[in-house]
Ligand binder design. Structure first.
Ligand code: COA
Length: 389
């Protein structure tokens, strides 16, 4: 008997500060419409020093975890490209912070923005052979390109947490998937750098080429065509990127269907537009955004395109489950976004520089202004100190 496997629950976290893209455009002498329309971003998460990928992941997972669920988790797969240690994984820190059982397999996965998709697919295969298992999959990142760089407008940060199980509440994953990799230098971050190196225009072209390729590969393996899809969600380093992806395939749909797919895209970019780039989590925030901002019927199929520079791309799909809205807390996400404070460009620039120093010295961080449940309080003896309220 085939087991239905997929995403059972989802949680999202982004810190309490944001920068308005109109303010950034004014400070950088750019037309605001370049950022708002040309790039497609309205707000960008600003990450205080008291949040890192571990605390953001814990804050996202806490949105749906209960003590009973925690006791059932058998594996933690943490996708990130802004990890905090080259040896010890963020998954171990997270498992400890969330008080998960010691009998848990915990590991970090890296392939640029593709890490969480690797986690999701590995989790799904794990559950297919162990149908009672539950896996916590994370996509958490801080997107940093640097002050006054071309990539600055595409920064952001946050975490998406997903629980993968049999008979999922949100999205049942179709077993067919299409993936492709090539050794390209479109975006990378050598271990000595805190900001990424990127050839943004080249990366856009590789992304679009990979999407065409894996979408074709997916269709070659199935009888499905664009007519079988109610929505496509994309990895969104900035929302214009997914819009360009969708435009590549829209001409193959009927006119009314083109309008439906475009409306679904608008829903799927709404939250990303207000948070910015999450790297590994961006595709999954987009999925959450679609499910939060558009009502879908059980059985409708969603196509997902994941892309991680360097590069790995994958196209896969899933069907929406009845009662999917119970799998996430939309009100909590609205509150998280609505209660954020707007910072000035000068404040953002100051916060951007306030990271833990690279020399390993002791530090005590002022956590008083950070309302999150899990926070980074500092570093002592070259060890990060975390705190749950
Ligand atoms: N009104 C509306 N649109 C405007 C505009 C205005 N006043 N001014 C410019 N634009 C449009 C441009 O036409 C362009 O649109 P297009 O891409 O559809 O042609 C868009 O805004 C961006 O302008 P551009 O001059 O290309 O911007 P840029 O040179 O500053 O670079 C990126 C933009 C996205 C390449 C850059 O921010 C970047 O490298 N980001 C990182 C991307 C990344 O992370 N890639 C790897 C992960 S997939």
């Amino acid at each position: 008997m085939t087991v239905t496997v997929g995403i059972d629950k989802m949680g999202f976290f982004t810190p309490n500060l944001y920068l308005d893209m109109r303010d950034l455009a004014a400070a950088r002498n750019e037309d605001p419409n370049k950022y708002l329309i040309g790039i497609g971003q309205s707000k960008q998460a600003v990450i205080p020093p008291t949040q890192d990928v571990v605390t953001m992941a814990a804050n996202a997972a806490e949105q749906f975890l209960t003590p009973a669920l925690k006791a059932e988790i058998g594996m933690v797969l943490f996708g990130t490209e802004s990890g905090i240690d080259n040896s010890k994984s963020t998954a171990i820190y997270l498992a400890h912070l969330l008080e998960l059982p010691a009998e848990t397999r915990a590991v970090e996965l890296k392939q640029a923005c593709y890490g969480a998709t690797a986690g999701l697919q590995l989790a799904a295969d794990f559950v297919r052979v162990r149908p009672t298992a539950k896996v916590l999959v994370i996509g958490a990142d801080i997107a940093r390109y640097g002050l006054r760089t071309a990539g600055e407008v595409t920064q952001g940060g946050g975490a998406v947490a997903m629980l993968v199980s049999a008979n999922p509440q949100i999205l049942a994953l179709d077993p067919v998937t299409s993936y492709h990799n090539e050794d390209v230098m479109d975006f990378w971050r050598p271990t000595y750098r805190t900001e990424a190196l990127v050839d943004g225009k080249y990366s856009t072209n590789v992304y679009l080429d990979f999407f065409k390729r894996v979408w074709r590969g997916y269709q070659d393996q199935t009888d499905l065509t664009i007519a079988d899809f109610s929505a496509f969600v994309f990895h969104l380093p900035f929302t214009k990127m997914g819009r360009k992806g969708l435009r590549q395939i829209l001409p193959s749909a009927t006119e009314p269907h083109q309008a439906e797919l475009t409306a679904a895209f608008e829903a799927s970019q709404a939250d990303n537009r207000n948070v910015g780039n999450l790297y590994t989590g961006a595709l999954y925030l987009s999925l959450l955004s679609l499910l939060r901002h558009q009502t879908m019927a059980a059985g409708e199929r969603i196509g997902l395109f994941s892309y991680g520079s360097g590069a790995e791309g994958e196209f896969f799909s899933g069907t929406v489950q009845a009662g999917y809205q119970q799998g996430f807390d939309s009100t909590a996400i609205d509150q998280l976004l609505d209660r954020r404070q707007r910072v000035t460009v000068a404040e953002y620039e100051d916060i951007f520089m306030q990271r833990l120093s690279g020399d390993g010295s002791d530090a005590h961080l002022a956590v008083g202004n950070d309302p999150a449940e899990y926070r980074l309080t500092g570093r002592q003896g070259e060890q990060r100190l975390y705190q749950k309220r």
